[in-house]
Design a protein around this ligand. Sequence first.
Ligand SMILES: Cc1cc2nc3c(=O)[nH]c(=O)nc-3n(C[C@H](O)[C@H](O)[C@H](O)COP(=O)(O)OP(=O)(O)OC[C@H]3O[C@@H](n4cnc5c(N)ncnc54)[C@H](O)[C@@H]3O)c2cc1C
Length: 393
Amino acid sequence: MTTSTTAAYRLTEEQVLLRETVRALAEERIAPRAAEIDRSGDFPWDIKELLAAHDVLGLGFPEAHGGVGGDLLTVCLAIEEIARACVTSSLILAVQELGSLPIRLAGSDDQRARWLPDLAAGRSLIAFALTEAGAGSDPAATRTRATRDGAEYVLDGSKRFITHGGIADLVTVFAVTDPDATRHRTLSCFVVERGTPGFSAGRLEHKMGIRGSPTAELLFDGVRLPAENRVGDEGEGFAIAMRTFERSRPGIAAQAVGLAQGALDVAARYASERLQFGKPIGELQMVQALLADMDAATEAARALTYAACRAVDAGAADAGRWAAVAKLVAGDAAMRVTTDAVQVLGGYGFLEEFPVERMMRDAKITQLYEGTQQIQRLVVARSLLRRFRPPGG
Ligand SMILES: Cc1cc2nc3c(=O)[nH]c(=O)nc-3n(C[C@H](O)[C@H](O)[C@H](O)COP(=O)(O)OP(=O)(O)OC[C@H]3O[C@@H](n4cnc5c(N)ncnc54)[C@H](O)[C@@H]3O)c2cc1C
């Protein structure tokens, strides 16, 4: 696989080397932990240290702040390889990106110098808090308020479903600063540091998949923040969140591609070993058809994901559309490929003894977070229709 995908995707030497390094780490150190992480539901601090020690968490951070300065495709190659072994572990990198992107995209020089070096080195973790109980697909329904009080803001409200919310040292939080502003100008973005009085993590969710990734409720009760913790201008929060998603959704697509590849690998190996009717099931044409469709779907999702990374890196005017189509296609591919992998393994696919049942449970989340598949379709359709809008329309 290495040779053909390298040739087909025109990766640079550095990207090939990075992918091989992360693949080796994933196969030797992460894959053997995946089932236990899923079973215990404990956050894998050892894997976080492993990724930090190999500079994987700093891949997308600027060199000026201690990062590697890799492009989006480089980050996504790493996410893909980790997800092939363990989706929970791939989220450590994906969420470090998600949470820090607002600072990287819209933060001041002082904010970058203050927070990015520790994040790039993996000395601290960051979460991204947009969703609320009543504001999921529609961030304009956000209720958490940030009220200006002299040189400070006072935050009140709560967030729900926040990955790494209870363990992160920093959280980028989106809150309403002007409820009377037009729909997409109500929100501003803030960085809240752990230990700030009034800020706490509430309950943890019990989930179908990515069980080692803590998903927390966050509570803000009169949290006082210096105005220097506001990222970007007042009213820019929605735009910052959308620019963040342009760079983070390809990461979820990469997670889905890795997951699909991992499931396909297990299924293909099993099909060549499992004997029924006196021969390996891989020689049965209906099983071959399943495997062929799984392979085709995985490669198609990979090609689109890498193309999306390149489009976003090149500053494409329709970067949001690229990010959305990649997540849409890859998420659906991961769901289908992992489900078919269970089918190839028959009854054994349904057992915890094989990793495909975990992969199938983990795949579902790629169709839900960072915007559901329906929301990706909205983004794609709006971008498409904009192109055909009559002048002045
Ligand atoms: C494990 C996990 C981790 C998460 N991590 C984070 C995180 O770190 N940070 C964060 O901010 N959020 C996070 N989320 C939240 C996630 O992004 C939201 O769950 C998601 O955006 C959907 O919101 P909702 O669950 O409120 O669903 P709803 O918005 O209530 O949607 C319910 C259904 O209606 C559909 N729907 C909604 N609006 C439309 C529309 N306009 N057109 C068509 N269909 C529509 C949806 O597609 C869905 O099928 C996480 C969620 C989970 C489950």
